[in-house]
Design a protein around this ligand. Structure first.
Ligand code: OXD
Ligand code: MN
Length: 590
């Protein structure tokens, strides 16, 4: 039986559950994390000794480490992710489902003895600020020291969580084992009714850090619907104008579509005096405030961002925050002990060690870093972090943006006519898939609110919840679609993106205040080039014109696909959204 260090809590619900799980998983040792700096150092040493982490060159990247995951375990496995509600209808058509008793039995067979020879780390954590009434406590039991270290960076972890929990039974029970990492025995399972998550066979990202996608999105979305709030896959930014006005924008883009870059945007010289600061880059919880506005907060304490494509040109703040105290996963290593990825500044070195540990030569056809390789850093590393990230009531949101990668059809920006129309546009939006999930890349898939992998219940009811929320918010934010990825016939992007997205952000903020002009189209309001501040923009005016165009033939096809999507979601899709679809179709006769 395991050596158990005395539990640093008298919470009998927690202690009994840890004992029960340890009896099943049979670790050699049970270790309770306190979240202290000293402990972080000790766990790092354990990880270095076992080879789970490699230290980077101390002068080049102080206190930074490298982790390589199994080559079969490099992205979220949506096909192995389940929502185990009592009935299939509750999980809905967009989630994999197995009845809870059957899934628990199947998983017990895999967890049984899975931690032999290993340590079980008890990782208590808080999503949200410890003093916020809206924070949620979870405890992850894991046999991965990399996971324990990552949660220390990504969430408020350790004693603070035990203190907040006290003697309560209200905590998320997360059980995680890398087991034998066999993809055929890999499952990421959510039991919303039990506030429980069991994940086995993966040590990577959202599959393994149960606080993130599993609790703060899938389980939280279920609570959010029951309790009247929103748990969303969004970034949160603060924009300060030259006149000193401070406004907040939340934006939902699918994985690896630029949330981190927009959240850390540095305005171009034509926007001197503007300042963008970050509150979050992946998850936002939103509630109606006492003043009738929608208030947003980031429940995380760190960033788990995609490395490839990150450079001084695309995201200078991210490059600064990665200079120290970072953990990198599946990027490439340089000969002098630093990290490298495709798209980083400067030319590729002659030789690297690739993400699988193999020698790599410049000119090789295969990427040196995995396309979904990641960095893990604390929020506090970001030089442009908003101080309001620590406001327990959150920040009032002026605009909600949604968007994906669309090489055609969707204009640079499209403002909805009203909340219902906005929910329709976001609920039917599509995006070309990326390497953040396993499976084909570049395939158009519908992704409501960029949240399709993360809603822990029926999607039609989720859209209904958005409509109900709209009806309850006295001063709702405006809803926009944006698309930085539209292409010309020759395959080139029409809009330069990155820092230049400030031009769209300014238009959005001005629209919210009734200041900027726009063109009415049958599908929403778009900026005309003359409505955007285009001073010093290095782009062909014809390309800008094409980026904002609403093409009637493209939209007729889009509406046909959107109609099919609503049919796929089935009978729980709110009637208002079906009527909205029919109205748009009728407004665009052939
Ligand atoms: C993420 C994702 O890790 O969305 O944030 O895949
Ligand atoms: Mn994400």
């Amino acid at each position: 039986m395991a050596t158990t260090i005395a539990a640093p809590t008298t919470n009998r619900h927690l202690v009994e559950w840890v004992d029960e799980m340890a009896r099943m998983c049979k670790p050699d040792r049970v270790y309770w994390c306190d979240g202290s700096e000293a402990e972080y150092g000790r766990l790092l040493n354990e990880a270095l000794a076992s080879g789970a982490l490699v230290a980077l060159d101390e002068r080049k990247r102080p206190r930074s480490y490298y982790h390589r995951s199994d080559p079969t375990d490099v992205a979220r496995s949506e096909e192995l992710t389940f929502v185990c509600t009592p009935t299939k209808e509750e999980a809905g058509p967009t989630n994999n489902w197995v009845e809870p008793a059957e899934m628990y039995a199947r998983l017990r067979g895999i967890f049984e003895g899975s931690m032999r020879g290993r340590t079980l780390y008890v990782v208590p954590y808080i999503m949200g600020l410890p003093d916020s009434p809206f924070a949620k406590v979870g405890v992850e039991l894991t046999d991965s020291v990399y996971v324990a270290l990552s949660i220390r960076v990504m969430a408020r972890m350790g004693t603070a969580a035990l203190e907040r929990l006290g003697s309560s039974d209200e905590f998320n029970r997360g059980l995680h084992s890398i087991a034998d990492r066999d993809p055929k025995r890999r499952y990421i399972c959510h039991f919303p009714q039990d506030n429980a998550i069991w994940s086995v066979g993966s040590g990577y990202g959202g599959n393994a850090l149960l606080n993130k996608k599993c609790l703060a999105l899938r389980i939280a979305s279920w609570y959010a619907r029951n309790e009247g709030w929103l748990a969303e896959h969004m970034l949160l930014l603060e924009a300060t104008s030259p006149a000193g006005e401070v406004r907040y924008v939340a934006a939902g883009f699918p994985s690896a579509c630029g949330k981190t870059n927009l959240a850390m945007l540095v305005p171009p010289p034509a926007f001197a005096g503007w300042r963008i600061r970050t509150l979050g880059d992946d998850i936002v919880w939103m509630r109606i405030g006492e003043d009738g506005r929608l208030y947003a907060m980031n429940p995380e304490a760190g960033f788990f961002g995609v490395a490839p494509g990150t450079s001084t040109a695309t995201n200078p703040n991210a490059m600064k925050m990665l200079e120290h105290d970072a953990i990198f996963t599946n990027v490439a290593l340089t000969e002098d002990g630093d990290v490298w990825w495709e798209g980083i500044d400067g030319p590729a070195p002659d030789r690297l060690t690739d993400w699988q540990g193999r020698p790599w030569r410049r000119g090789s056809k295969e990427p040196a870093a995995h396309p979904n390789s990641r960095f893990t850093v604390a929020l506090s590393n970001n030089p442009a972090l908003s101080p309001n990230v620590n406001d327990p009531k959150g920040v009032p949101v002026s605009a909600l943006l949604f968007g994906g990668r669309r090489s055609t059809t969707v204009p640079l920006a499209l403002e909805s006519f009203n909340w219902t129309h906005g929910v329709y546009l976001a609920g039917t939006m599509g995006s070309e898939t990326t390497a953040a999930k396993t499976g084909a890349v570049g395939v158009l898939r519908r992704d409501p609110m960029a949240n399709i992998p993360f809603v822990g219940y029926d999607m039609g009811r989720y859209l209904g919840h958005w409509l109900e929320m709209g009806a309850r918010i006295p001063h709702p934010p405006r809803i926009f679609l944006v698309n930085w990825f539209r292409k010309a016939g020759d395959g080139k992007y029409l809009w330069p993106g990155y820092g230049e997205n400030m031009r769209v952000l300014e238009w959005v903020l001005e629209r919210c205040e009734g200041k900027a002009g726009a063109k009415e189209t049958p599908v929403g309001w778009t900026p005309r080039p003359s409505d955007l501040e285009l001073r010093d923009l290095a782009a062909d005016p014809a390309a800008v014109e094409a980026s904002v165009r609403v093409d009637r033939a493209e939209w007729r096809e889009e509406l046909r696909l959107q109609g099919r999507w609503l049919d796929e979601l089935g009978p729980t899709v709110p009637r208002a959204l079906r009527l909205q679809h029919d109205l748009l179709e009728a407004s665009l006769p052939a």
